[in-house]
Design a protein around this ligand. Structure first.
Ligand code: HGY
Ligand code: MN
Ligand code: MN
Length: 423
């Protein structure tokens, strides 16, 4: 395969295959009742998704490697690569939340394969090896923290600690990884990327609301996850006067209300979500003795995020005292805000401008694998609009023409970075 770009064979982004693969992968774990699909990390459905993506990597004759935390990679080597070259990496994840859309994560992985396919079909070797990754457990639904596979890859969590993580279902991550056959032997992080690009749907309302075609992601907000357990007293709903209650359910509800006020008082920069909430014994005529809930706090500014955590901790102390309950917290994840590589961000902006696509610099509200890989290599992201700003929902949607446009820009940025831009 020659390096020079033979006239007749320009690199071409095969949008039809990208859209077909997104659809096919989106059918794995499909949930006919609620709609959408569920491919929670390391479940049989996610394994099926992994197998399909690996088969597409093999179809492209990429070198398929799996590391010890199950990160799945396809490598298209440059002619000069003797196995030690730092590759240009692209990627994202294919695990999903429950009743998810078809694009979150999958779009970035399959667009990376579309870039490799463009090289393959033009019979041209990249001037630098290209590595496309599907990182393990980005969503963190079953095993916390989220972005786990890329966090391990970036050296932020030891492999053994990650493998010993116990899930919300009581399973050990390492056992499940072995069970689905993705306990690889590559040491995570053994191949340090030269740079990292992640194409993703925005998952928010900004691009659509402003009528802008592309997001040039310059930074990503900080994330704080914790589990809160409230221990009160079960008692009879009909005989226990209100002032004698130690009602874990009431305290849980006051936490939800406090967090909404905390977010509102921040002027919109801090976001707070109680995504999981359960009370025990959860019967109609018993005052809840126990409540467990999760708290997701986010802010692009580290100081404000820390302040939000402190204010929340103070509130917990006060409400425990007032209601005579015991409250314990467990930290599940904590990632500081990340600023992406300015040179890569400029390159993405220049590419979008080159195509005449409207674009704007923006912050990512969601967490992404790019925020972890940014610890070990210059990284940046490209967003395409989400219809109605909806994501983590079966109604997640981006128009085909926008999906292909984003992938064109990804290919163009790669060609520019590899000095193989086409006239
Ligand atoms: O939580 C997040 O922002 C990401 O979807 N894991
Ligand atoms: Mn994602
Ligand atoms: Mn997600």
């Amino acid at each position: 395969m020659s390096n020079s770009a033979p006239e007749a064979r320009r690199l071409h982004l095969d949008g039809a295959t990208l859209l077909r693969q997104l659809k096919e992968l989106g059918e794995i774990g499909a949930d006919s009742e609620v709609g959408g699909r569920t491919r929670i990390a390391l479940t049989d459905d996610e394994k099926a998704g992994r197998d399909l993506v690996a088969s597409w990597m093999r179809e492209l004759e990429l070198e398929v490697v799996v590391d010890r935390i199950g990160n799945l990679f396809g490598i298209l080597r440059s002619e000069a690569d003797d196995g030690t070259e730092a590759p240009l990496m692209m990627g994202s994840h294919i695990d999903s939340v429950t009743n998810a859309g078809a694009l979150d994560g999958c779009y970035g992985v399959l667009a990376g394969l579309a870039v490799a396919r463009a090289y393959r079909e033009a019979g041209i070797a990249p001037s630098r090896s290209i590595m496309v990754g599907a990182f393990t457990n980005e969503e963190g639904i079953r095993y916390q923290p989220d972005m786990m596979g890329s966090l391990v890859y970036a050296g932020g969590l030891s492999v053994d600690e990650a493998l010993n993580t116990i899930g919300t279902d009581g399973t050990r991550l390492g056992d499940e990884l072995a069970r689905i056959g993705y306990a690889g032997d590559l040491e995570p992080g053994a191949i340090v990327p030269h740079e990292y690009l992640e194409l993703h749907i925005e998952q928010g309302p900004i691009l659509e609301a402003e009528g802008i075609q592309l997001g040039v992601v310059k930074n990503l907000q900080g994330i704080s996850w914790q589990q809160v357990t409230i221990q009160g007293n079960a008692n009879h709903a009909g005989t226990t006067p209100t002032h004698l209650r130690h009602d874990a359910g009431f305290v849980a509800a006051s936490i939800v209300t406090f967090l909404r006020e905390l977010a509102r008082d921040s002027g919109g920069t801090t976001l707070a979500t109680v995504g999981c909430l359960s009370v025990q014994p959860n019967v109609i005529n018993v005052i809840p003795r126990r409540a467990t809930l999760t708290v997701d706090l986010r802010d692009p500014d580290e100081e404000r995020l820390t302040l939000a955590e402190q204010r929340f901790a103070e509130f917990l102390e006060k409400v425990a005292q007032r209601e005579g309950v015991n409250i314990s917290t467990e930290r599940l994840a904590r990632f500081e805000p990340v600023v992406f590589d300015s040179c890569l961000v400029d390159c993405i902006e220049a590419s979008a401008n080159g195509y005449g696509f409207t674009n704007r610099r923006m912050t990512s509200g969601a967490g992404h694998d790019a925020q972890m890989i940014a610890r070990i290599a210059p990284s940046a992201m490209i967003f395409v609009p989400s219809k109605g700003g909806i994501s983590h929902n079966p109604r997640e949607h981006t128009d085909d023409v926008q999906l292909v446009m984003g992938a064109e820009v990804l290919l163009n940025v790669v060609l520019n970075r590899l000095g193989q831009a086409q006239a």
